[in-house]
Design a protein around this ligand. Structure first.
Ligand code: HEM
Length: 357
């Protein structure tokens, strides 16, 4: 597996920055905060650290489309009933996806990102919308199609023009999803908001689940599923960085940041701090470290914090623990070297594994 530590690009720049509080990564920023206290301050004070408006090119779908603080919609956490519905669907759909692969390509390695698509999409749709199976599956496929159509928009070097092929493709996929959602009786929120929740709640857990399978396949052992999940979210949180914009001049532990500048918080960086992690934070994938209960898993904010914290956290954890529990009943092996795709958060590409027993 490629290591995040030796990755280039933005990942490398963030990890090699001095951990001295708030660090300017360029002459005019962005500024990166490197302590848990500053990270919490940035994420929990939306008055001074505004949520960026245009998320379509932020490299991260875990955000909504409201352009301003006042326009931003705050999503309520999913209810326990909704989470239970979603996890139950993942249970059946995961077995179905494995069986489908074995029927179509017997003996061939599984591609984790591909294998997780439908189970996660249907599980998240089932949690967010209490609807019939046909509608659930249609909305799940349209959500996946929208996410796929967003990928070239997000990863383009320069913003694609409004009438470019990729933008038109993305708009068409988005309208198809909106139309399907508008036809759902008793939709819990306007179609556009539901679409945003679904996209965030499908793309990120697919990447997290693929990392989880990759780590377990690379380190076969009798892992505790919950510890394996936290260790995955520590080493490779899919939303490895998030941004806020200062609304006024701020002082970040002695560093002056003017108004209108970008401040970054990185759960991936925080997950490598001694004070937040039992044992050696640079010691690689070691779920047993979480047997030591002196540190709280999640203190490095893999689900964010404050008003924009992840409303699907419990569902995401439930989905991942289910996958880890399945993996624990088998012995997995990586079928090929895993690289890091930085085009939208971080995801393992490819992440192909076999089930040895
Ligand atoms: C392992 C799975 C997941 C991880 C690691 C994760 C991570 C995150 C993070 C870090 C944020 C905050 C981003 C920021 O502050 O800029 C976030 C926001 C969000 N997540 Fe998740 N998420 C997961 C699963 C889900 C699921 C299952 C759903 C939906 C059912 C969901 C829906 C959302 C939404 C709608 C937001 C935006 C909240 C807002 O802007 O107010 N996520 N997620």
């Amino acid at each position: 597996m490629d290591s995040v530590e030796s990755a280039g690009g933005r990942l490398g720049a963030v990890l090699s920055a001095p951990r001295s509080g708030a660090v300017a990564l360029g002459r005019h920023g962005p500024w990166l905060v490197t302590t848990p206290a500053l990270a919490r301050r940035v994420l929990t004070d939306p008055g001074r650290f505004d949520f960026p408006g245009d998320v379509s090119r932020s490299g991260d779908l875990s955000s909504s489309r409201g352009a301003t603080r006042s326009g931003h919609v705050v999503f309520a956490p999913l209810t326990p009933d909704a989470v239970a519905r979603g996890v139950a669907v993942l249970d059946g759909e995961w077995d179905a996806a494995l069986a489908e692969h074995d029927r179509r390509a017997p003996g061939e390695a599984y591609d984790a990102m591909a294998l997780l698509r439908r189970p996660v999409a249907r599980s998240t749709v089932a949690a967010v919308l209490d609807t019939d199976t046909r509608t659930r599956d249609l909305v799940a496929d349209l959500t996946l199609a929208w996410i796929d159509s967003l990928a070239p928009v997000i990863s383009a070097r320069r913003p694609p023009g409004r009438w470019s092929r990729v933008r038109r493709g993305e708009r068409d996929a988005r309208f198809a999803l909106d139309d399907a959602l508008s036809a759902v009786p008793g939709l819990p929120a306007p179609a556009e908001q539901v679409a945003t929740v679904l996209a965030a709640g499908v793309q990120v857990p697919i990447a997290a689940g693929a990392w989880l399978l990759g780590w377990i396949a690379a380190h076969p052992a009798d892992h505790d599923p919950v510890h394996a999940v936290w260790e995955t979210l520590r080493l490779t949180p899919p939303t490895w960085i998030t941004a806020r914009i200062t609304t006024e001049p701020v002082d970040l532990a002695g560093t002056a940041v003017p108004a209108g500048r970008v401040v970054l918080v990185s759960p991936l960086l925080l997950g490598r701090l001694d004070e937040l992690v039992p044992g050696d934070p640079d010691g690689g994938f070691d779920p047993t470290r979480w047997e030591d209960t002196s540190r709280r898993p999640g203190a490095w904010l893999p689900f964010g914090a404050g008003p924009h914290a992840c409303p699907g956290r419990t569902l995401g954890l439930g989905q991942l623990v289910h996958v880890a529990t399945w993996a624990g009943r088998h012995r997995l092996a990586l079928a090929e070297h895993v690289r890091i795709d930085q085009s939208r958060g971080i995801s393992p590409l490819p992440c192909r594994f076999t089930v040895v027993s």
